[in-house]
Ligand binder design. Structure first.
Ligand SMILES: *[C@@H]1O[C@H](CO)[C@@H](O)[C@H](O)[C@H]1NC(C)=O
Ligand SMILES: *[C@@H]1O[C@H](CO)[C@@H](O)[C@H](O)[C@H]1NC(C)=O
Ligand SMILES: *[C@@H]1O[C@H](CO)[C@@H](O)[C@H](O)[C@H]1NC(C)=O
Ligand SMILES: *[C@@H]1O[C@H](CO)[C@@H](O)[C@H](O)[C@H]1NC(C)=O
Ligand SMILES: *[C@@H]1O[C@H](CO)[C@@H](O)[C@H](O)[C@H]1NC(C)=O
Ligand SMILES: [Cu+2]
Length: 589
């Protein structure tokens, strides 16, 4: 392999050939689809060597020997994605950090520097399996101490799966103020396309900072005032006042495009569509699915869909729309600019003007798109008496100033982690005196295959009675979604579960006042968060952590060295030199 490579480089065609090959030089970002291997417009199921769309990526992935290096420096500044300037955090000087690109099997090494004056931070790589690298998961209070101002941390992990995702701060609600970016792991696809358009984020947008808003949400009783001001598509929008601009994506008639949709919202669930075009869904989260055509696609917070768009309409301009599902009820998110969160798809040769197309009619809903994994897997059928139960409810707690605060507990306890002593620190010390508020669940000695089953149920609180749908996300694994429904699972759900090739992903919807049953293999040593991805709910405690294969944690890649360094610098900064302290009511994650 290596020899062949060298021969290319000394041939007269060296320049041409070399520029077509994926860049191997360490440290350089790969900015476009690689053309190496057999992966070509008409052969997208192929990858390289013996790897393709049928490969079981749970056990098998390429070892490319390539390391992609990135630097992310977080600063405090202002930006105006829709022309309205606001205080926010930036990465490398921009709203949304650089997109991280890697090929399936590459190693990724990211140096994160905290250049904020007054906040810690910690970056989580959403959906990355972190196979035997739990210490790189980036959750302050669980896998690390926060990164103190002025300090850096190098995160190292391997891309064992492929597809589209995002990275974001897991330190309080900080991501909602701009500490996020996108990730593309190139790999095979379940349908062919000509051009990869890259990641396309959709998110809600607020003019107030998230730390301020989170406080309001926690201290308002009854339905929280979480109306987003507007939304952003691919980081831009026209505001209600007419400032800013719509994003424009230029496409060419007769070509097939792959678009990587990412929902990076804080509180809004959207449905998206492109007027007069269908989306062919080919991946959900990091899981390739059987191609499925839809006009409108529902995206919960944290979810990703790769879709194919055929440019088969007359040369013209078309609206891409993202609509918040606010007629389903008030709790699928609300947005003051709903109906006007749009972006332009322009065929090459079309006049430069706004589209005049109308949206395809649809029915609002707030539940996952039904998709089928491409690669069949089955979950062993187990008596559900063996399943764990996680009951979540909104309720009122009292803080240490005697004020009432809104809480989302699980089995009545809202999570609250200590930043200065993450779970992994306890593990290293052999100390299993975990405070109750860490919501730690040691997984019982697993059977050989390590399957375990969880019933996540939303129940009524004792003092507030509201049901809200929640996008729930598991770190370090995909889970299999065996079923979802409304009402009480033990009365309505049992007989309806799917064990044969159920949906597999890392984020799913827990319906309002309902349940979701998930199964996963607890075979990845570490402490893994399972939480609601609505930033406010996570801050109000809606999370547990699974401590998995505890006895094997110290053997995985040196979390101890990491911890010693970051916890020492954090200890020096906090609380002595910190201008702000953690709100005692905030979960910390
Ligand atoms: C960001 O800057 C503002 C205004 O200067 C300041 O009040 C705030 O504390 C800073 N935030 C952080 C996290 O450094
Ligand atoms: C998203 O916006 C960036 C510029 O910020 C642009 O380079 C990219 O092509 C856009 N993506 C799509 C799919 O239009
Ligand atoms: C993103 O997820 C949030 C929360 O689940 C949801 O309210 C919003 O509509 C989603 N956005 C998109 C574009 O799907
Ligand atoms: C659900 O039903 C079971 C069995 O009837 C009952 O024991 C349980 O308390 C119910 N749970 C809720 C949240 O209503
Ligand atoms: C983070 O910084 C913001 C100001 O930008 C401040 O309001 C908040 O209290 C800080 N949080 C902590 C825990 O330091
Ligand atoms: Cu929630």
């Amino acid at each position: 392999m290596r020899l062949q490579y060298a021969i290319f480089l000394i041939s007269p065609l060296a320049d041409v050939t070399a520029s077509k090959l994926p860049k191997k030089d360490h440290g350089e970002a790969l900015n476009s689809y690689p053309s190496g291997g057999k992966n070509r417009p008409k052969h997208r199921a192929c990858w390289k060597g013996k790897y393709d769309i049928n490969t079981d990526y749970d056990t098998n992935w390429p070892e490319t020997g390539v390391t992609r290096r990135y630097d992310l420096a977080i600063t405090n500044g202002t930006a105006s994605p829709d022309g309205v300037r606001r205080q926010m955090f930036l990465i490398n000087g921009e709203y949304m950090g650089p997109t991280l690109y890697a090929d399936w099997g590459d190693h990724v090494e990211i140096t994160v520097t905290n250049n904020l004056q007054d906040n810690g931070t910690g970056i989580h790589w959403h959906g990355i399996r972190q196979w035997r690298t739990n210490g790189e998961d980036g959750v302050p209070g669980v896998t690390e101490c926060p990164l103190a101002p002025g300090h850096s941390k190098v995160y190292r992990w391997q891309a064992t799966q492929y597809g589209t995702s995002w990275y974001h701060s897991h330190w309080g609600v900080q991501y909602a103020d701009g500490v996020l970016g996108m990730m593309v792991i190139n790999g095979p696809s379940t349908a062919n396309y000509d051009v990869d358009l890259g990641p396309f984020s959709v998110s809600d947008w607020y003019y107030e900072t998230a730390s301020a808003r989170s406080w309001t949400v926690a201290h308002s009783f009854g339905r929280p005032p979480t109306i987003a001001d507007t939304g952003l598509i691919n980081r831009t929008m026209v505001s209600k006042e007419g400032t800013g601009s719509y994003g424009v994506t230029v496409i060419k008639k007769c070509k097939k495009y792959k678009l990587r949709l990412i929902n990076a919202s804080v509180d809004n669930h959207f449905k998206v569509s492109l007027d007069r075009h269908t989306f062919e869904v080919i991946a959900a989260d990091f899981v390739p699915v059987k191609p499925k055509k839809v006009d409108w696609l529902f995206m919960a917070i944290g979810q990703r869909y790769d879709v194919i768009i055929r440019a088969n309409q007359p040369v013209d301009n078309y609206w891409f729309r993202a609509e918040v599902q606010d007629r389903v009820g008030p709790d699928c998110g609300r947005n003051a600019n709903n109906g006007n969160i749009k972006s332009i798809f322009r065929y090459r040769g079309a006049p430069v003007r706004d589209p005049t197309t109308r949206g395809t009619p649809y029915t609002q809903s707030c539940s996952d798109e039904a998709v089928t994994p491409y690669r069949h897997t089955s979950v062993p059928r187990k008596p559900l008496a063996e399943a764990g139960q996680l009951n979540t409810a909104i309720d009122l707690g009292v803080n240490n100033q005697g004020q009432s605060v809104v809480k989302w507990g699980i089995n009545t306890t809202p999570m609250n982690v200590g930043w200065d002593k993450p779970t992994l620190q306890y593990v290293m010390e052999g100390n299993d005196n975990y405070p109750e508020a860490m919501n730690l669940i040691s997984l019982p000695k697993p059977d050989k295959a390590c399957w375990n089953y969880w019933i996540f149920q939303e129940v009524k609180g004792t003092q507030i009675s509201i049901s809200i749908p929640h996008p729930v996300h598991l770190h370090g694994h995909d889970f299999w979604v065996l079923g979802q429904g409304v009402g009480n699972f033990s009365e309505t759900g049992g007989s309806t579960l799917e064990y044969h090739n159920p949906v597999r992903r890392d984020t799913t919807m827990l319906p309002a006042g309902g349940w979701v049953v998930v199964a996963f293999k607890a075979n990845n040593p570490g402490a893994w968060l399972f939480h609601c991805h609505i930033a406010w709910h996570a801050a109000q405690g809606m999370a547990v952590q699974f401590l998995e294969a505890e006895s094997k944690i110290s053997a995985i890649r040196a979390p101890a060295t990491h911890l010693a360094k970051t916890c020492k610098s954090w200890g020096k900064y906090y609380p002595k030199h910190a201008a702000y302290l953690k709100d005692a009511d905030d979960s910390g994650i």
